[in-house]
Ligand binder design. Sequence first.
Ligand SMILES: NC(=O)c1ccc[n+]([C@@H]2O[C@H](COP(=O)([O-])OP(=O)(O)OC[C@H]3O[C@@H](n4cnc5c(N)ncnc54)[C@H](OP(=O)(O)O)[C@@H]3O)[C@@H](O)[C@H]2O)c1
Length: 274
Amino acid sequence: MKQGLGFLESYSFAVITGASSGIGLQYARRLIELKPELVIFNLSRSKADDLWEGLPVEHRQTDLSSPAELDEALQWLQSKCAGAAPGKMLLINNSGFGSYGRFPARSIERQLDMVEVNIAAPVNITAHLLPELRRRGGAIVNVCSLAAFQPTPYMATYGASKSFMLNWSLALGQELREDGVVVQALCPGPTQSQFFKNAGFASPPGNRIGKGSSAAEVVEASISGLRAHRSLVIPGFANHLTRFLGSVLPLEIRARAAEFVLRKLRLETYLKHP
Ligand SMILES: NC(=O)c1ccc[n+]([C@@H]2O[C@H](COP(=O)([O-])OP(=O)(O)OC[C@H]3O[C@@H](n4cnc5c(N)ncnc54)[C@H](OP(=O)(O)O)[C@@H]3O)[C@@H](O)[C@H]2O)c1
């Protein structure tokens, strides 16, 4: 489907982290639907050959919580980017996970891995690919979260990692304005993917907060945002409203309200993951 190619016309490749599942996988599928010639370089632990069937994905198995593996992957990425066909590049820092429960939910190792994957890896990848991004022009999408706008008790490190990514993205976007590189902070609300299962929820908290968005809706909002050079994208009206209502309250009240909501989810699901 060529309809809506728009901004992608001048792009030759995309670098994605976590194209093996959920939002990252949907991003890969949609980009190729819009521009079949685009090449995708992916970093994630698992391969998704069956899901990538027909997609031009070059995969490098990488655990982003391992600085040594990331260093090797960065060299691979830099040579792939340098050798790619002329054109702009799109970097999508998407890999991420949460962990639900009282800090340090599950283990301190898991919390520190979260900091590596959700914060250190995107900062490192962006820094290493920035010269190529400046040379070619293009865009960065950092997948943050609605959780970025307030403290998130029982997912304390996760919410804080997303706040970091939100503020970092908006600041970086200002720095890169003159270089022709657009930076988008993508802040989805609850989205259908493996996220909740991996975070330790027995079931997605769908009954309480609605079905959530599909990964396709999130990606569509992000792509529209790229077309319009938007630096902050919050997919879905309900999520906009949540963010707006939250923003009128002092931060410490937002923390209390979030504790109330997230504790309730905990009662519903925590027993299976004490
Ligand atoms: N779903 C939601 O409700 C929601 C809401 C707001 C924001 N987000 C954010 O959206 C992003 C994508 O999540 P999703 O919803 O699509 O969940 P998902 O289906 O669980 O996908 C997560 C992706 O991150 C990758 N990943 C996780 N740990 C990794 C590691 N150590 N090294 C390399 N890659 C790793 C996974 O790949 P491998 O397992 O193959 O390594 C997978 O492709 C995350 O940053 C998440 O925080 C999700």
